[in-house]
Design a protein around this ligand. Structure first.
Ligand code: 13P
Ligand code: SF4
Length: 310
């Protein structure tokens, strides 16, 4: 309890706000001002008045918040918390594809380094990728770094030609279809809710495929009593709050992103106190890396208005 009081006091003193992803530990989500998926958190990040942002997540999230708020202080409670997939594209391959396809649009999953964003036309998240790709000019799309998400998006936008990149999330790509099948046999009434970073064989077993917010929203709106959840197990905390009394089954090999779990209450208090862990983006690439993030926010808004007929 003491540590929570300390964080609250420091937050007030520093005019700070805490953002957290659904994959961080329960007690970290509990102390945050905003908790959500990558898309929600990037929208929140552009409208903050606080001078200091503590980002409880992995480095591409802190980096994105800094790119969108160059004049604010963005603190990461643990600078070692990184997303393995964020590095899984080769700039040389991107350059080669740009030479080969004149109209190429490089679509960059937000789970990527600032360096990769700087080589891209637009960012996407799992919540908005289909809507954004549909809005892009030209036919040829290079989707980096996640091949599983890229293939899932491609199926829904058949009018485009997709080029994929061999990157994946180790946590989602290692989920086993056999374990999901076993859960389905044991709980035949339970719909399978899956993140699109999972492999095709898991997606094929699923009733709903969407971002972490999408999965939570689906369960909260459903009348079903039990659900099979194929994403990182940190979502259980928000699922419990938004769909109380229901049962959630995760694959037997529990999907855990160890990098997300590096964030602790003690580390949040420490960075607020000593302001170590400030995110800096190389000045040479920050403008180029911010452009696709801004393009994402604009195109997502454009797509939302179109859907609502405004
Ligand atoms: P969301 O876009 O659902 O937040 O997913 C982020 C992520 O890191 C998935 O592994
Ligand atoms: Fe990256 Fe996967 Fe962890 Fe998400 S769950 S942050 S994609 S390693």
């Amino acid at each position: 309890m003491q540590i929570i009081e300390k964080i609250k006091k420091l937050k007030e003193e520093k005019n700070a706000v805490i953002l957290a992803h659904y994959y961080v530990a329960d007690e970290v989500q509990a102390v945050a001002d905003y908790v959500g998926d990558s898309f929600y958190l990037s929208k929140v990040a552009v409208n903050l008045t606080a001078q200091v942002i503590v980002f409880c997540g992995v480095s591409f999230m802190g980096e994105s918040a800094k790119l969108l708020n160059p004049d604010k202080m963005v603190l990461m409670p643990d600078m070692k918390a990184d997303c393995a997939m964020a590095h899984m594209a080769d700039p040389a391959y991107i350059a080669e594809m740009k030479r080969e396809y004149e109209d190429l649009q490089v679509v960059c999953y937000i789970n990527s380094t600032a360096e990769l964003k700087a080589l891209s036309d637009v960012c996407v998240t799992s919540a908005n990728a289909v809507d954004i790709v549909k809005e892009l000019p030209g036919k040829n799309i290079l989707f980096i770094p996640d091949e599983n998400l890229g293939r899932h998006v491609a199926k829904q936008v058949p009018e485009k030609h997709f080029i994929f990149n061999p990157g994946c999330c180790p946590v989602h790509a290692q989920m086993k279809a056999d374990e999901v099948k076993k859960l389905k046999e044991l709980h035949p009434q339970a719909p399978v809710l899956t993140h699109p970073e999972c492999r095709e064989d898991i997606l094929a077993l699923s009733d709903y495929i969407g971002s972490t917010s999408g999965i939570i929203g689906y369960a909260a709106a459903s009348e079903k009593e039990e659900f099979i959840i194929c994403t990182e197990s940190g979502v259980a905390y928000e699922l419990g709050k938004r769909a109380p009394g229901r049962t959630f089954y995760f694959p037997e090999t529990l999907p855990v992103c160890m990098d997300m779990k590096l964030i602790t209450l003690e580390k949040i208090a420490d960075v607020l106190e000593d302001e170590n862990g400030q995110v800096h983006v190389d000045a040479g690439i920050s403008e180029a890396a911010c452009r696709p993030l801004r393009a994402m926010l604009e195109l997502a808004e454009q797509a939302r208005r179109k859907k609502e007929g405004k």
